[in-house]
Design a protein around this ligand. Structure first.
Ligand code: SF4
Ligand code: FES
Length: 203
């Protein structure tokens, strides 16, 4: 049987499933926390940095990634503070370096989080992964369905997503579209082969 616990969110008591992480628990109660690298069926990876909340511990409020935070009885959470606004804005600025994106809804969310600071387009440039925020959802989904054909390649400024190097990648990719369907930025179009090889990640 599902174990339920009580948490306090913005001063309101909520009954949530103990098996959920905080982001999922908040979403289940209709509390909207921005998040671009989270998908319920996949292990959280905390790469977008948007889902910040504050929790009360050791007599102070501490910022945490809601997607990585386990629900526990009595947990006190705040979802709206000036500090959270700053942290989300900062994370959004970094992600916006990958502009332009194919998913305008996701891009609008990021622009809203930085509150117009990017209007001149000056601050946010210089990404080598145009259109992709390196959230890794495509890799995690590809692993989850047992194909495991995608991986991070390169390091630092050259970090990118690509097909696992080696013989026979074309044959085993399978074009199942699972990565395309989960990509929050609309990058994988028309398919993985095109997105990761032909368009951006050509060596
Ligand atoms: S291609 Fe899409 S899903 Fe994959 S890392 Fe980039 S933004 Fe995330
Ligand atoms: S959803 Fe938590 S860091 Fe992206």
């Amino acid at each position: 049987m599902e174990e339920l616990v009580e948490i306090v969110v913005d001063g309101r008591s909520l009954t949530v499933s103990k098996s959920a992480n905080v982001l999922q628990a908040l979403r289940d109660h209709g509390i909207d926390i921005p998040a671009l690298c989270y998908y319920p069926a996949l292990e959280a990876y905390a790469s977008c940095g948007l889902c910040m909340v504050e929790i009360w511990s050791n007599a102070i409020w501490n910022p945490r990634h809601a997607c990585l935070l386990e629900v526990e009885d009595g947990l006190q959470i705040t979802t709206v503070t000036p500090r959270l606004q700053r942290l989300r804005s900062w994370a959004a600025k970094i992600l916006l370096r990958g502009r332009p994106f194919h998913n305008s809804e996701a891009e609008d969310l990021l622009l809203k989080l930085v509150q117009g600071e990017t209007a001149d387009g000056q601050v946010l440039s210089g990404s080598t992964t145009e259109g992709c925020i390196l959230c890794g959802l495509c890799i995690r989904m590809c692993r989850k369905i047992g194909k495991n054909r995608l991986t991070y390649l390169g390091r630092g400024k050259n970090l990118r997503i690509g097909l696992v190097p080696g013989e026979g990648n074309k044959a085993t990719c399978g074009n199942c579209s699972a990565c395309r369907d989960i990509c929050p930025m609309g990058f994988i179009s028309p398919d993985a082969e095109h997105a990761f090889k032909a368009r951006l990640y050509k060596e």
